[in-house]
Write a protein that binds this ligand. Sequence first.
Ligand code: ADP
Length: 494
Amino acid sequence: MDQIKVDALRAQPVPTYGHLIDVQFLPASDGGTMDVLSPLDGQVLTQVAKGTVADMKTAIASARAAFEDGRWAGQAPAARKKVLHKWADLIEANALELAVLGVRDNGTDISMAINAEPGSTAGTIRYYAEALDKLYGEIATTPSDILGMIHKEPVGVVGAIIPWNFPLMIGAWKLGPALAMGNSVVLKPAETASLSLIRLAELAHAAGLPPGVVNVVTGEGAVVGEAMGLSMDVDVLVFTGSGGTGRRLMEYSARSNMKRVYLELGGKSPNIVFADAPDLDMAAKVAAAGIFRNAGQVCVAGSRLLVEASIHDDFVAAVVKATEAMRVGDPLSLDTHIGAINSENQLSQNLKFVETAQAEGGAIVTGGSRILQETRGYFMAPTILTGVTPDATLSQKEVFGPVLGVTPFESDDDAIRIANSTVYGLAGAAWTSNLSRAHKMVRAVRTGVMHINTYGGADGTVPLGGVGQSGNGTDKSLHAIEKYVNLKTAWIKL
Ligand code: ADP
């Protein structure tokens, strides 16, 4: 990646986009469009279709028709695998273009985006392409006069509602296993990050994915997202986003066809640092990166720092130092560590959380405010508050921004009690040299993933999913496939 190429791509005008249904770009049925604002400068980047309920119905009908006639599910596994590999090749060949487009739309720094977005997307698609012809059915241990077989069948039409923080990566976590198993997918990107997903679907068609197998409908969650949730013709709904929307999706399901709903929601993930951590300097740097990369707009961000009281002051000083060394600014500069906040609305919510945290006794030790730039983009200084009690708003509610609360603890039991004192259970970490303490933390802290002596970085071979109000079901790994299949029993009398 070099700066000259990035700058050339950032200067390119972005076309306006309609919905991608079958293989055609279609305008909204009422001709409506939405401005796409770039968080880099607050200016209009382009327009996308502002979908209607009718548009969503058209896309779902197209996906249903594609599924029913077997144009994808009916192909030999080796043929589907070939298309998915070709798609991954095209993603890799267009990686920089996809990454820059995504950054202009959502504000992630390009150094992170290039790997996290097209890079990981190609990897995810390949992972499921490789898996798809190796997943056999089962023969059950029936009495000898019976043949009991368990087939894995595609569910049909998958609706996927995607957030704005990592649209390609998270989109691929749904698309990879869903398509590998022969389903059709309708994607609903976030209002503030549609562009790279549209391009991703275009590349799928270029790779040979038949029309209608992936459709993209842009627009407002409350309109087209709701229409997807209420559809009688979507079999499984998969979602990554906020708890409030997740709750609505379950209601939509109950009010319509009781479609299966899988939710990957937020977190308030504890990063627990014991005095016997193997390398406290490293722990401080990783703690800062664990919350502030992508400006804290990461579902697994380590947003609660629990520090053993005996090292509290020194450790906080080290985290502050690491944080202040992170450069916030132009997301398309290769020197930037922390890019923009996705939207003005998100930025003002972040600042409100900081105000509340102060009112509840927290003290800012670094950051705390908006960074004003000539470009009028949405930037915020990475912010750390100490003296944040376990029951404070900042300890209980997800910010989804660059705000870290620090809480001291006295003992293992104290750390576990504080770590488990939220409704969430997505991710966490413990830093210690004591092997038995490490294993104890893995078991005792209620999360989907516990890191030991590191934070983040879990790859596609392991599942990611939450417990409690962080969601259900998992993305990534072979386990994700379970969401996209029905088990069908054949009970055959011999
Ligand atoms: P955030 O607050 O972080 O934007 P959301 O949960 O609102 O998180 O957004 C995640 C995704 O959910 C986006 O694609 C958004 O359009 C969609 N969404 C928002 N509201 C609804 C809704 N009422 N029904 C269906 N989808 C929705």
